[in-house]
Design a protein around this ligand. Structure first.
Ligand code: DC
Length: 225
């Protein structure tokens, strides 16, 4: 049995999971893993290679050819797809539009969960995603389930995306978030659901500092930190 600590952060799209996870990891000197970036990189590979999402043979073949790596600099996610840095490209609209469908595929999830569990074997980590507290690390000592008003989430995401997507509209971002919420919560494979032992954090009216304080208090409650 290893003694490393895992903080699992799940929740809806664009409700500040990665902001909290990064800040928490920085404060605690833990490693931060953005599991969504992994699904996004797979979606990018599928897009570039015209992988048919209904063709299981093609999907299995593609998954064998995909090698992902994280390089953390200043707690920012740098992800490589077969040695190419794709951190910016995976945030663009084409990937955002297809990633939920890609992440609903059983084979894709199986492979990503395997890789994520490997990362959590011996190190203290904060991982954010949709199934971290339910499927990836069901024994994590601290699970946080994040939520916020969808309109507030869309406004936050819009501001974040605008510099790299100058043509985007708030409506488009809202639609994309609503669509992803629907897909994430209704898919058959590991749908987004709160783990029974997860603490709910609604940050509609919280600043990033306030949500960090909330999470730090929960970490301190674990003892040793
Ligand atoms: O957190 P994000 O928006 O970057 O995630 C991108 C997509 O990947 C999102 O639509 C849901 C999916 N995802 C998932 O199914 N499981 C995870 N652990 C992380 C993300």
């Amino acid at each position: 049995m290893s003694n490393n600590i895992i903080v699992a952060i799940d929740g809806y799209s664009s409700c500040g999971k990665s902001t909290l996870a990064k800040a928490l990891a920085k404060k605690l000197h833990f490693i931060y893993v953005d599991s969504g970036a992994m699904y996004r990189a797979v979606a990018l590979y599928f897009l570039r290679n015209n992988v048919d999402l209904n063709n299981h043979e093609q999907i299995a073949e593609a998954l064998e050819k995909i090698h992902l790596n994280f390089h953390s600099r200043d707690y920012q996610t740098h992800i490589t797809l077969n040695d190419e840095e794709v951190s910016d490209e995976i945030r663009l609209m084409p990937v955002s539009e297809t990633v939920s469908a890609v992440s609903a595929i059983r084979e894709v999830r199986k492979e990503m969960v395997k890789q994520q569990q490997r990362m959590g074997k011996s190190k203290n980590i904060v991982m954010d995603g949709r199934d971290i507290g339910t499927a990836v690390f069901p024994d994590a000592p601290l699970k946080i389930f994040m939520t916020a008003d969808p309109k507030v989430r869309a406004e936050r995401r819009y501001k974040e995306m605008l510099p790299k997507n100058p043509d985007i509209t708030l409506e488009e971002v809202f639609e994309n978030i609503a669509h992803r919420d629907y897909q994430d919560t209704t898919r058959t494979e590991s749908p987004l659901v709160r783990a029974e032992d997860a603490i709910i954090l609604d940050n509609t009216n919280l600043t990033p500092e306030q949500q960090l304080d909330f999470a730090l208090e929960k970490v301190h409650d674990l003892g040793n930190y």
